[in-house]
Write a protein of this length. Structure first.
Length: 511
């Protein structure tokens, strides 16, 4: 157990959290209750997230009934609530300083205090795109609903890849966020950057020699060049020197992509869409039993996994195929005519697994808004599709998924009687997707060369208990870690070859 006071959490805070929860989830605006006890426990002894420490807040309460005597109230039913805490990682001073300088916590707290609740109000009555925050405090503490209790979980043991079904549902959620952004601007006739000044300022890709991330990116380029030298198709090529000379120039184009566009309509972008920042909910499994494995495909309110930072790694928990019940009879779900492939089934992929395609995914929410930005919708879409798929998958399905996203955006805006062709025409979206494909690819390379590092390699590095702090090490350490991962981990070697080859072939050698 952890002392709540040591995290900056008081008894008054806990009462406020419970009060807001009862108001938001149950419309109990005048609920009377008594907190009997509460405690905080660490999510995992091993680091789960990259830019914060993560805990559960467990609360036991009893509602006060007007007609109950004091004695009767003592025997009233107790209720258990669970919440998720995200704390500035002050136990690792260098990491805490890094997070402060990037403004990660400050940005997410600002967003969850002002902008995200406004957008959640815009979309009220529809499925959520993000968890509810019940408390933000002192630029170092956030308290969220526990998405596990709502039936959501993070996908595991999937090599950070998503299949068509998961991507389709994820893109629908991304479209909901972008649509809410557009609706707010259309209603107020002002841009979000004016309505909420400073909330979406860039805090990752800033081309300033004094900014910590500028050094990080330069070191990452050097480390990635070392990996390029080890890719079979390039290492003995007479074009290797040309590739290595052009590569930094292409990567640094991310500075321009990260600025608000002057050509296309901008929206609130999540900015960090990858496997661990998406949580999914599934339909009822075909067979179930009381107290079944919480990792199984769960229905509403059932047990599920945790948020990005909320879910420790565990055993393989691939959701089973799903069914619906009619008159007590189990029937197979009718499949759509659209082929929804599993990205693991491509030839020459070293981690191909024989499993039935996941067909029961129903909902998705996004978590972790620490590096959100104001950019065209295509930035989020292309980042998601590049970082969660393989190159063969993108070759076949990227355009189809982009079209699906646009149809989802159209549907969300129609709900508010807004014509998507008036606020963001289809030809603008198509052109922006072509332009921001490179942004998504660069984003994926810069983040995944760290997030794909093997856990045992991370654990062996005493200087950096979480992957993001690799960026604070000397450039040689970054290169050494990448080379070790390349030499020892087939998945790391495959995925980095896949991403780097796509960028080199499409944007360096093709010219």
């Amino acid at each position: 157990m952890v002392d709540p006071a040591a995290l900056g959490l008081t008894e008054e805070d806990v009462e406020l959290i419970v009060k807001r929860y009862l108001q938001e989830k149950r419309d109990r605006y005048n609920a009377k209750f008594r907190v009997l006890s509460y405690h905080v426990k660490r999510l995992s002894e091993e680091p789960i997230g990259y830019l914060g420490d993560h805990y559960f807040l467990n609360v036991v309460l009893r509602e006060k009934m007007v007609h109950y005597s004091a004695e009767e109230e003592e025997y009233a039913e107790e209720e258990y609530l669970s919440f998720f805490l995200k704390i500035l990682p002050e136990q690792v001073p260098k990491l805490a300083d890094y997070v402060r300088e990037m403004g990660c916590f400050r940005k997410e707290i600002q967003l969850y205090t002002h902008l995200i609740p406004r957008l959640q109000d815009v979309t009220i009555g529809t499925k959520p795109f993000a968890p509810r925050a019940y408390l933000t405090k002192d630029e170092k503490l956030l308290v969220f609903e526990n998405l596990k209790a709502e039936g959501y979980r993070m996908l595991e043991n999937n090599k950070s890849l998503l299949d068509f079904a998961h991507l389709e549902v994820a893109l629908k959620t991304v479209a909901k966020l972008h649509a809410a952004s557009l609706v707010l601007e259309e209603r107020t006739k002002q841009s979000i950057m004016k309505l909420y000044s400073g909330h979406l300022n860039e805090n990752v890709y800033i081309d300033d020699d004094t900014y910590v991330r500028k050094t990080n990116l330069d070191n990452a380029i050097k480390a990635l060049c070392e990996l390029i030298k080890r890719i079979d198709k390039y290492r003995n090529s007479d074009k290797l020197d040309f590739i290595l000379a052009k590569f930094p120039e292409v990567i640094r184009r991310i500075y321009d992509f990260a600025r608000p566009s002057t050509e296309y309509r901008n929206v609130f972008n999540h900015g960090d869409l990858w496997n661990n920042n998406l949580m999914f909910k599934y339909d009822e499994p075909e067979t179930s039993a009381p107290n079944s494995d919480p990792g199984a495909c769960s229905g509403e309110g059932g047990a599920a996994g945790h948020q990005q930072e909320h879910q420790p790694q565990g055993a393989d928990q691939s959701p089973p195929s799903c069914s619906i019940h009619a008159n007590g009879e189990k029937r197979r779900r009718k499949r759509s005519d659209i082929v929804r492939p599993n990205p693991f089934n491509f030839e020459n992929t070293p981690f191909t697994e024989d499993r039935e395609p996941w067909s029961c995914v129903r909902d998705c929410v996004m978590i972790d808004f620490q590096i959100a930005r104001y950019s065209p919708p295509a930035y989020d879409v292309m980042s998601l599709l590049n970082t969660t798929t393989t190159r063969p998958f993108r070759t076949v399905y990227l355009d189809r998924l982009a079209k699906l996203y646009y149809e989802f955006l159209r549907g969300e805006l129609e709900w508010f009687q807004i014509d998507v062709d008036e606020v963001f025409p289809g030809d603008h979206f198509r052109d922006s997707c072509e332009e921001y494909k490179l942004a998504g690819l660069i984003d994926s390379i810069l983040f995944r060369h760290l997030t794909l590092l093997p856990v045992d390699l991370v654990a062996s590095c005493k200087e950096c208990p979480v992957p993001v702090s690799f960026e604070n090490l000397m450039e040689n350490s970054i290169s050494d870690l990448g080379i070790k991962a390349w030499d020892t981990c087939e998945n790391y070697r495959f995925m980095m070859t896949d991403l780097l080859s796509d960028l080199i072939d499409s944007y360096i050698l093709k010219k």
